[in-house]
Design a protein around this ligand. Structure first.
Ligand SMILES: [Zn+2]
Length: 418
């Protein structure tokens, strides 16, 4: 149900604006699409006495969560792509399952968006493999950057022109849609693809993303002519580029990309100390996908060292071919179980403002700040006496209310008392 609203005053047990200190017994005033003011309820309730009050006093209020790396078009593959320890087999199985599906893409995308919004995700960075998903995604009331995924076979970008022009046209009138380009990875998209993506990004101000250093043998894939990879890429209809220079993946990428445009680098599971230092001097962000990372049993991710060095690290779910849900709230609950000493504030930033920065949506969303658009979620507390953020990390409560750009997109019942 989509409810049109004017001025609202959301009253919560605690407001976590992220860009400023949390406020106990806090309130957020929303007028139309925007946040007008954030502050203590007792101050705002008098000043905005005509606003409609939404009672969320049993919940915390957070900025909408950002899923910076996902593949919504694979949402129907949950549990259908087993992993036997060989990433190539997994990728081939995924490709076969994708080809065999009878479910219309429109249904898959609508389901994925509903699941995202109901779990508190208000912004997605979505990889669109066949360049069709964006048309369905564009109809959904979620904030999105649709990344057109490109491979070596798209060598001259001619096939992309129509798609790019249509998508760029739509972004002019659609406040929730932005367009991006995603060269798939250095082993499936050669230097010319990255160069063209950089040029197009510059020309049309498009966001960029790529998969990088996802598997331990990616260095070999880039530096050697690994026959099994060549075969598998060809079976998947992709041209394998064996002419790439022999380098480690992050080092290779940093030398490959001359555009100076910031990328969202998905995964970056494997890098050495030199690459880590070089990455810290670049404008790129890293999208860490904790539960997908765990699914594949990768080596310990270096996201904490990355953040210590100033790299912007955000969160993604990746696709449901390697995860159980599209919930970023579940990602931070997983992180809390895995790293109990990781501060809640750090996780909250990774789940919100860092993702908005990575996707260049931070001019509109990522924190509860006057002047930004109102992407808000309410998460109920099971115990109002404890530290409220710790409470939502250690409980299993589900999101009660999701607002995107000032419109309540989802609430879990018709009542007003959460
Ligand atoms: Zn991915």
């Amino acid at each position: 149900m989509y409810i049109c609203i004017t001025m609202l005053l959301l009253h919560a047990h605690t407001v976590f604006p992220v860009a400023s200190a949390s406020i106990t017994d806090g309130a957020v005033v929303v007028d139309g699409h925007q946040v007008v003011v954030v502050g203590p309820f007792y101050q705002l309730c008098h000043k905005y006495s005509t606003a409609e009050v939404i009672d969320l006093t049993g919940s915390v209020l957070l900025p909408g969560l950002v899923n910076a790396h996902t593949h919504l078009e694979l949402t129907h593959l949950k549990g259908l792509v087993p992993y036997d320890g060989d990433f190539r087999n997994w990728l081939e199985c995924l490709t076969n399952q994708r080809r065999a599906t009878q479910i219309p893409l429109s249904e898959i995308i609508a389901h994925a968006c509903r699941e995202s919004l109901e779990s508190g995700v208000t912004t997605v960075g979505d990889i669109c493999f066949q360049h069709q998903a964006w048309q369905h995604l564009a109809r959904e009331p979620i904030r999105k950057t649709c990344f057109a995924e490109v491979f070596n076979r798209d060598s001259n970008f001619d096939d992309q022109k129509e798609f790019l022009q249509a998508c760029i046209r739509q972004t002019r009138t659609d406040a929730l849609l932005r367009l991006g380009l995603s060269p798939h990875s250095p082993y499936s998209a050669g230097p010319h693809i990255y160069q063209m993506a950089g040029e197009l990004s510059q020309k049309h101000n498009l966001c960029l993303t790529t998969h990088l250093a996802e598997t331990p043998d990616e260095g070999k894939i880039i530096s050697e002519d690994v026959i099994s990879w060549k075969q598998i890429m060809m079976r998947m209809g992709r041209i394998y580029d064996s002419k790439t220079p022999g380098r480690r993946p992050v080092d290779y990428f940093l030398n490959l990309d001359q555009s100076e445009r910031a990328y969202v680098l998905a995964h970056v599971n494997y890098l050495d100390d030199d690459e880590l230092s070089d990455l810290a001097r670049s404008p790129h962000s890293v999208a860490f996908c904790p539960r997908s990372h765990d699914f594949f049993g990768h080596a310990e991710h270096r996201f904490r060292e990355m953040m210590d060095k100033g790299i912007n690290v955000c969160l993604g779910t990746d696709s449901l071919a390697s995860n159980q849900s599209l919930s970023i709230l579940e990602e931070i609950r997983f992180l809390h179980r895995r790293y109990p000493d990781l501060p809640g504030e750090t996780m909250l930033k990774m789940a919100t403002i860092n993702g908005a920065r990575a996707l260049a949506w931070d001019d509109k969303t990522g924190s509860i700040t006057p002047g930004l658009e109102a992407d808000l979620i309410a998460v109920p507390l099971t115990n109002t006496d404890n530290d409220p953020f710790l409470n939502i990390l250690e409980s299993h409560t589900t999101v009660k209310l999701t607002m995107v750009r000032g419109t309540i997109i989802f609430k879990d019942n018709e009542g007003n008392n959460f």
